[in-house]
Ligand binder design. Structure first.
Ligand SMILES: [Zn+2]
Length: 65
């Protein structure tokens, strides 16, 4: 059986160190920045992001119909 407990999800966030965009590069929930910072995103940020993705998907759905 496949172990798919960690789905491939791309996340973006703002690095608290340098202010640049950083992401998890499609794996896990640790964000990595080019400046060397890495860390977890705040739960509220994750929530806001998933809400954004949900809205985006709904918009795509509307556009395709
Ligand atoms: Zn940074």
């Amino acid at each position: 059986m496949d172990k798919m407990d960690k789905p491939l999800v791309f996340m973006d966030g703002i690095c608290p160190k340098c202010g640049n965009m950083c992401g998890n590069r499609g794996a896990g929930d640790i964000l990595r920045c080019s400046c060397g910072w890495s860390g977890k995103m705040d739960e509220k940020d994750t929530k806001a992001l998933s809400e954004l993705i949900r809205r985006h998907k709904e918009r795509n759905k509307e556009a395709s119909t």
